[in-house]
Design a protein around this ligand. Structure first.
Ligand code: ATP
Length: 358
């Protein structure tokens, strides 16, 4: 796949001194579905608005379909954008809202009618074509905003938290529909969200941003199983990976141990550097075992029942760890022996948060 959108060392400063984006390097391949995810205020919308031409970069270069974006007016970028607030024209009917972009392109009336009806059928909004946006529910407005983008079918699709106002069930349905539409017609897409589950289910690639900087870009599997920054490990998952700060020390016999305030774990290998370190482990990776096989023993403080599984909060002295389990027999205040599968442990530099590979 050749690159459709590329950011090279892009920065954006809002006066007087808000550094919304710093040194962004990002490539979105032609036809790729890229999800940009991160906490509120990290710069996601700014990144999208730069692609749309609604903002100009303060530094660096953006290329769109091989052309320097600085030389392209917004209307020359062959892209469409769906915002969280839909941005429909309130005085136009649903039909006119969807048809707007085609009218601007001066397409013929019969052609416009045929295209609008086709996309309205796909999104099941044929009955609504004569209504005004004020007469629609949030979910219906969402579909109209999507229809408006799909009917024009630009080369680049930009989404800014488009499902943010929907209830969870409808949100899940729309997610499935978006993924299906992209499979059927793979347009280059950048999709902004702060929802890690949405990023995992929709993205072919995920770009994680924090404080205006990219921490990691990769496939959902790379992001989940090989986080290159502690923040990424903690951000993905429900609950996310849990971090325990401690030290690696050499014990008698020269094997290594991880030692934290309340945890002492012998380590099988010798590759980790001695000194301060952060251990991150996902709740589903702890193994509940017998006293003779356990590395740690704790007391179950709380059991959260999520139907198909439970999340156990287990206190090991002053440290609480979260453990996911499908077992239904574990009750509060019982003792639990846990072992740590080392292949699932993630290690990060204590002060920079960067992954330690060994
Ligand atoms: P959210 O998820 O809350 O929408 P975001 O990740 O999309 O957040 P941005 O909207 O890109 O974040 O904002 C990044 C930073 O830039 C924030 O600190 C924000 O306050 C600031 N910012 C955004 N637009 C402007 C503007 N026009 N003028 C000044 N500061 C701005």
């Amino acid at each position: 796949m050749s690159g459709a959108i590329s950011f090279k060392q892009v920065s954006k400063v809002f006066p007087p001194d808000t550094h919304a984006l710093n040194g962004i390097d990002l490539d979105v391949a032609k036809g790729e579905f890229m999800v940009v995810v991160g906490p509120s205020g990290c710069g996601k919308s700014t990144l999208l608005r730069l692609v749309a031409g609604l903002e100009n970069p303060s530094g660096g270069k953006i290329e769109i379909l091989g052309k320097n974006a600085q030389t392209l007016l917004p209307q020359e970028r062959d892209l469409g954008m769906v915002f969280q607030n839909y941005a429909l024209f309130p005085h136009l009917s649903v039909f006119e809202n969807i048809a707007y972009g085609l009218k601007v392109r001066r397409e013929s009336e019969p052609e416009i009618r045929q295209k609008v009806n086709l996309v309205a059928g796909k999104l099941q909004i044929e009955e609504l074509l004569n209504r005004k946006p004020s007469q629609l529910s949030g979910g219906q407005r969402q579909r109209v905003a999507l229809a408006r983008l799909l009917v024009r079918d630009p080369s680049i699709h930009l989404f800014d938290e488009p499902l943010g106002n929907l209830d969870p069930q409808f949100r899940a349905d729309m997610r499935t529909e978006l993924a299906r539409m992209h499979r059927a017609n793979p347009r280059t897409t950048i999709y902004v969200t702060h929802d890690q589950a949405e990023a995992m289910t929709l993205g072919q690639k995920i770009c994680v941003i924090r404080d205006g900087q990219i921490l990691q870009t990769g496939t959902p599997d790379e992001i989940y199983n090989h986080p290159t920054h502690r923040f990424v490990a903690e951000f993905f998952g429900s609950p996310g990976a849990q971090c325990i700060h401690g030290r690696i020390e050499e014990s008698e016999g020269q094997s290594l141990e991880f030692i934290s305030e309340s945890i002492r774990l012998p380590l099988p290998g010798n590759g980790l550097p001695c000194g301060s370190i952060t251990l991150a482990i996902r709740p589903e990776n702890w193994v509940i075992t017998s006293p003779e096989n356990g590395h740690l023993c704790g007391k179950v403080k709380r059991v959260e029942n999520l139907g198909d599984h439970r999340v156990l909060e287990v206190a090991i002295d002053s440290t609480c760890v979260f453990v996911k389990s499908s077992r239904v027999d574990i009750k509060e205040n019982t003792s639990l022996d846990l072992s740590l599968p080392y292949e699932h442990a993630h290690w990060f530099e204590r002060y920079t948060g960067k992954r330690i590979n060994f």
